[in-house]
Ligand binder design. Structure first.
Ligand SMILES: Cc1cc2nc3c(=O)[nH]c(=O)nc-3n(C[C@H](O)[C@H](O)[C@H](O)COP(=O)(O)OP(=O)(O)OC[C@H]3O[C@@H](n4cnc5c(N)ncnc54)[C@H](O)[C@@H]3O)c2cc1C
Length: 532
């Protein structure tokens, strides 16, 4: 964006429609509110600032470190199994990547926003959705019945390609027949691979991924990049390769050359849940994104939550585990200790590595940086005629991942006056460390320019005139990237198998970050914690 600031028209107070002429309007500068969850606590820990002596000592049976999806799943299970002696420590961000926000009554996600229909193998997610009332009947059947309000309705997604919108995200209008033939060949291959079973008798691509095959062929697939696999299989159509790269950036925060072929294929082959009242492969979504599920889990779990972050987790033999915690209040630290029989570490692994004593070494897991921007729209922008505004709106060839409309699921006679557009950008075009440095140093204008790249491409100059407020969330270590070879990491394997006083539960254990995986580790950790 060339201008120094992002500007939008704001009517002078009391101005009537008739009086809406330049004299009664003024340009109002919109300064984005920028939020970087965990940055302050992270830097505090990294800089090893001296801490005051603990002012309080608490004890509990099970202590859960974190309140993300893995943590909340563990809490829901503990409560469901009749265990109520547990505490949760929030960490820097309640609900983690499943957090959300609001502009008045308009809610929005600041991270995760959708969940594909879970397959039968994903029984832990089905059980949770049934407890939350999202599945209304048949949770263990092939086709459960879902609450209609949360099944994504049409128009689902569209793509701006060569200046024209088309339905779906894979370019198909205005691409050569040879490309279309390749699209068909790829999806036929996906259908075959979806049913593939490894030499160990396990399906090659499942959720939870822990149950997927680890036979030689699967591990060979994991050892190469998805880009290499596509080339080896003769996929050259630019439209298909762009789409593959888009999908990897969208799910993993990195492109086809950075993620493993197993992970790239898992995106397509691991899903395909069905419903009695939705098309196969449909999605579930909520205006506030997966915060709806996180807050629902909290309601079911009824945990005692404490503000603060863990700074040291020390296992003390038969005496259990002692956790030193700190809470920052206006930059000033207060500390307290919590003693527990078992601790479920549901923090990201790069944080746990600094906090949990004697933790097995994990290979250098790369975390992709993301930016999520929420634009409060005082009115809907004018649309090009071809395809109506959809839930997900993607622009071909930009650094962005498109934008989602928070009010999409509202079934109304007339559209609401205001809405929220949520734009997503994974900073996949540069080294993650460089990207984090850039995010820390960037001005509000620079962040806004990147956050609005797709919206400006879609709406041109009129976009700015529709915006009232902007909230930007910077997630420096948003999600683990499933780099080639990630499935064979010995450190990750050791953490997954740990069954001592400290248990691990976070999507990082899978090496990639989606709801089904995060919740799996929380579910499993609770079972282990309950075994005594
Ligand atoms: C922008 C974005 C969009 C996404 N979209 C989707 C989507 O649409 N669908 C989907 O399935 N997945 C999506 N994901 C993936 C998402 O990360 C997972 O679905 C899931 O929310 C991860 O949960 P988690 O519990 O593994 O970890 P996190 O969300 O990382 O939670 C970690 C928790 O640990 C806490 N913590 C950190 N440090 C400490 C400390 N020192 N002490 C105590 N606690 C600490 C944090 O406060 C937090 O509560 C998205 C991710 C991002 C970043």
């Amino acid at each position: 964006m060339l201008r120094r600031s992002f500007l939008a028209w704001a009517a002078a107070s009391g101005a009537t429609a008739a009086a809406s002429v330049a004299g009664y309007l003024r340009w109002q500068e919109i300064t984005p509110a920028v939020n970087a969850p965990g940055r302050e606590e992270g830097h505090f820990l990294r800089d090893r600032k001296p801490l005051p002596a603990p002012s309080q000592a608490l004890s509990t049976d099970v202590l859960i470190l974190g309140t993300g999806i893995a943590a909340l799943t563990a809490a829901w299970q503990l409560r469901k199994q009749g265990h109520d002696d547990f505490l949760m420590l929030d960490g820097p961000e309640p609900y983690g990547n499943a957090a959300g926000g609001h502009f008045g009554s308009l809610v929005y996600p600041t991270g995760a926003h959708y969940l594909p229909l879970p397959t039968e193998e994903c029984a832990h997610v089905r059980e949770l959705l049934a407890d939350l009332g999202v599945i209304q009947r048949g949770a263990t059947s092939r086709k459960p019945y879902y609450d209609e309000r949360f099944v994504l309705h049409a128009p689902e997604d569209r793509l701006l390609f060569n200046g024209v919108w088309q339905e779906g995200v894979l370019p198909h209008e205005g691409v050569p027949d040879a490309d279309l033939a390749e699209h068909k060949r790829f999806f036929a291959q996906v259908e075959v691979l979806r049913g593939a079973v490894g030499a160990d008798g396990r399906r090659r691509f499942t959720f939870p991924s822990e149950h997927s095959s680890t036979d030689a062929e699967s591990m060979q697939l994991d050892g190469m990049s998805f880009g290499t696999w596509l080339a080896q299989h003769g996929y050259r159509a630019p439209s298909l390769l762009w789409y593959m790269d888009y999908c990897c950036r969208d799910d993993y925060g990195a492109g086809v050359d950075a993620v493993s072929a197993w992970a790239g294929l898992h995106y397509f082959c691991g899903r395909g849940g069905e419903a009695e009242n939705a098309e196969p492969g449909s999605w579930l979504t909520w205006p506030e994104g997966l915060q709806a599920l996180a807050s629902g889990m909290e309601r079911l779990a009824r945990p005692k939550r404490l503000a603060g972050s863990a700074v040291r987790v020390h296992t003390d033999g038969a005496a259990g585990v002692e956790v030193l915690c700190f809470a920052l209040e206006r930059g000033v630290a207060r500390t307290f200790t919590i003693r527990a029989r078992r601790v479920i570490s549901a923090m990201p692994l790069h944080v746990a590595a600094r906090v949990v004593e004697n933790m097995p070494d994990v290979h250098k897991q790369i975390h992709a940086p993301w930016m999520v921007a929420n634009f409060l729209m005082k009115r809907f922008p004018r649309e090009l005629p071809e395809v109506p505004l959809s839930w997900d709106n993607v622009v071909h060839g930009t650094k962005g991942l498109g934008y989602v409309v928070s009010t999409h699921q509202d079934i109304r006679v007339a559209p609401p006056e205001k809405t929220v557009f949520t734009s997503y950008v994974a900073l996949a075009d540069r080294d993650p460390r460089e990207a984090r440095k850039w995010m820390t140093a960037a001005s509000g204008d620079e962040l806004l320019a990147l956050a609005s790249v797709d919206l400006k491409a879609a709406y041109g100059a009129q976009f700015e005139r529709c915006v009232e407020r902007v909230d930007i969330t910077l997630r420096g270590h948003a999600m683990a990237v499933p780099v080639p070879g990630f499935r064979g990491d010995a450190g990750l394997k050791a953490l997954r198998e740990m069954d001592g006083p400290v248990l691990f539960a976070h999507s990082d254990l899978s090496g990639f970050s989606v709801f089904e995986e995060a919740s799996w580790w929380g579910y499993r950790a609770a079972q282990r914690a309950l075994r005594g």
